[in-house]
Design a binder for this molecule. Structure first.
Ligand code: PMP
Length: 395
């Protein structure tokens, strides 16, 4: 059952509740254990060990070989990706070319746009109808000026899982750094930085049911990177600023829990996901967005002809069901999703799309409520639209 027992929450990608076990682990660090890990006295000692433990747990979740040196704590994935992309750009002499994809989160696309104003070049590789990147397309665009490939592990909007291992091999063979936005995938499917040839990986704590405003960047040993924030030299000089110990401890606990529970939990969610997809697709002229099988276990992204997604979301909200039109990070702009556009969907179908993302507290009762509420809402909205063919308006 959903977090507050009355409404159904299916927008976990926008925000997730913090697991109570995580909150419990964090509590002592707000009041009793409050030292600064850089301090030499015993109050500093009190938090150094828990911080290192958290670093190990986050590192273990992604298969890092040496978490103590390879994990940098940040304020979230946006900051991690800024450090990864700008940090390698500023450190790499004589190379100025970045390759990324048309279905990245805005945090990636806007960093590369900012760098283009500084003289860097970016190639944005297209995707297929499912939002999947073709590694050969990436390989084709590598030049002697390329220093970085940045690609999402899985797309947070349409749920498609990318062929990361192949892209990583291409990057490694061509001596190009490989940065991955792992936010949507980590904790839901196995991610291993060594097997996948990943050099830099952005992680967000809240997506693991840890505290918000916290994240990490994995930087493989040997990757040279310039810090973006200048200051007291914390986090190996790459990310200065006093570490947020309660959040870091919570992030570590969240990583530990999700690593232990991932297999069972992903299997459980996959069943719920598949049932929801099957039931929704009974509605005439409804379609699944994203890859039908190579997709995240918690993602159901669907589109309906002749309907505005926003109207659907508001009507579902009235019935106590929360879902989304895509990325919460771009919801305010009312711009059509660049991910769906890159997949070749025309404007009207982009606007008729809605996204359900599920998590640790989603269950079959939630799916029942969506399945009950959705068909009459679709029918009502179609009846209101002059574009709807008569056949769909009849009972
Ligand atoms: N990448 C993806 C796929 C996201 O969904 C988000 C937002 N959760 C981010 C990056 C940015 O993460 P944050 O809000 O932690 O900076």
């Amino acid at each position: 059952m959903s977090a507050d027992n009355t409404r159904v929450y299916m927008d976990y990608t926008a925000s997730s509740p913090i697991d109570p076990r995580v909150v419990e682990a964090m509590m002592p660090y707000f009041t009793k254990v409050f030292g600064n890990p850089s301090s030499l006295h015993s109050f500093g000692n009190d938090v150094r060990e828990p911080m290192n433990e958290a670093r190990n747990k986050v590192g273990q979740l992604i298969g890092a070989e040496d978490p103590s040196r390879e994990i940098i704590f940040t304020s979230g994935a946006t900051e991690s990706s800024n450090i990864a992309i700008k940090g390698t750009a500023y450190r790499t002499r004589n190379k100025n070319h970045i390759i990324t994809t048309a279905v990245e989160h805005m945090s990636i696309l806007n960093i590369t746009k900012a760098l283009m104003k500084e003289g860097y070049e970016t190639t944005v590789v297209p995707v297929d109808e499912y939002g999947m990147v073709d590694p050969a397309e990436i390989e084709k665009t590598i030049t002697e000026k390329t220093f970085l490939i940045s690609c999402n592990y899985a797309n947070g909007e349409v749920g498609t899982i990318q062929p990361i291992k192949e892209i990583g091999k291409i990057a490694r063979d061509n001596k190009v750094y490989f940065h991955v936005d792992g936010v949507a995938a980590i904790g839901k499917i196995p991610v291993n930085v060594v097997d996948d040839n990943i050099d830099l990986l952005s992680i967000s704590s809240n997506d693991l049911f840890g505290p918000k405003g916290t994240g990490a960047l994995y930087i493989r040993k040997g990757v040279s990177i310039q810090g973006v924030l200048q200051g007291g030299g914390q986090e190996r000089g790459i990310r200065s600023g006093t570490e947020d110990i309660p959040s870091i401890v919570g992030f570590g606990k969240a990583a530990e829990i999700i690593q232990q529970e991932m297999d069972g939990e992903s299997n459980r969610l996959e069943k719920i996901r598949d049932r929801l997809i099957k039931e929704i697709l009974q509605i005439p002229e409804s379609y699944l967005n994203g890859h039908p099988t190579t997709r995240l276990p918690n993602n159901v992204h669907v589109r309906f002809s002749y309907i505005e997604g926003e109207s659907l979301i508001l009507d579902l909200d009235e019935k106590g069901i929360a879902c989304s039109s895509g990325s919460a990070c771009t919801a305010k702009t009312l711009e059509p999703s660049h991910v769906l556009r890159a997949m070749g969907l025309p404007h009207e179908l982009v606007h008729g799309s809605i996204l359900f993302t599920m998590g640790r507290w989603t269950d079959d009762d939630d799916v029942d409520r969506v399945i009950d509420a959705l068909p009459p809402i679709v029918k009502r909205l179609r009846n209101l639209s002059p574009l709807t063919p008569q056949i769909l308006k009849e009972d």
